[in-house]
Design a protein around this ligand. Sequence first.
Ligand SMILES: Nc1ncnc2c1ncn2[C@@H]1O[C@H](COP(=O)(O)OP(=O)(O)OP(=O)(O)O)[C@@H](O)[C@H]1O
Ligand SMILES: [Mg+2]
Length: 276
Amino acid sequence: MVTNTPTASDKVVEFNNVSLGYGSVTVLEGINASVTPGQVVALMGGSGSGKTTLLRAITGQIKAQKGQVVAFGKNLANAKGEPLRELRQRMGVLFQQGALFTDLNVFENVAFPLREHENLSESEITSRVLDKLDAVGLRAAAHLEVSEISGGMARRVALARAIILEPELILYDEPFAGLDPVSLGITAQLIRDLTNRLNCASVLITHDVHESFAIVDQVYMVGGGRLIASGSPQDLLDSQDPLVQQFINGKPDGPIAFNYPESETFKNWLAAREKQ
Ligand SMILES: Nc1ncnc2c1ncn2[C@@H]1O[C@H](COP(=O)(O)OP(=O)(O)OP(=O)(O)O)[C@@H](O)[C@H]1O
Ligand SMILES: [Mg+2]
């Protein structure tokens, strides 16, 4: 297995003492993290801990409440309009629901970003699209309609579409959700291979400790509004921290709460409902 260790230079993404949230609510604070070219990085943590929020900060969909989020050397706090669009063009994003266009076939779904962003001949488009479909094992499914492919195949098509512009950074929100064990293993290996082949960086949100630890270089684990652990998969496996242990071993009892915490807003809402 080829893995890559971080170097101090040329960071793709950097979080410097970052706080993130929505409106006046802070979801995460004191986040320090970085991603370098060639790395596969996992973001882990319980439901609602702020993993998707971290991805939104990388794409500039939300701004840091405190600290700095830097992508490709640019502080995202100051990026808007055309410069932000240019930064985003260097990123490929696979959302939690990798929605395909149902009125386009597999080929046209993958071709879509090329047609939007580049001025290529039809034969160049054909060769680029078939090359990416080949990378996800679906070259011979190019002609199929979206309604004719399975959920796991749809995810791989969405992956081919996310990499068609050969991004320097690929963000995956739960790429393994709903996949059978074989497809899961294949998808994990695919993410590793694509990262090596494109020499891009990959950031993936996952709950799957076993498969992700086999392919990632670095893990960041969030919980309780902060970063609770970071390091190589081996560092996390060796950690004595009960939060880390509970997450890795999937234990129901431990410091990670299952219940969403009760806020004043919730209590007021419930009191008003009960009066009805
Ligand atoms: N658009 C939003 N406006 C307000 N609060 C939000 C918004 N999106 C998320 N949140 C809140 O931020 C917190 C973190 O949400 P986030 O989606 O980042 O969690 P997550 O770790 O990705 O969870 P999951 O594993 O369930 O996808 C949650 O408490 C959620 O309620
Ligand atoms: Mg999420």
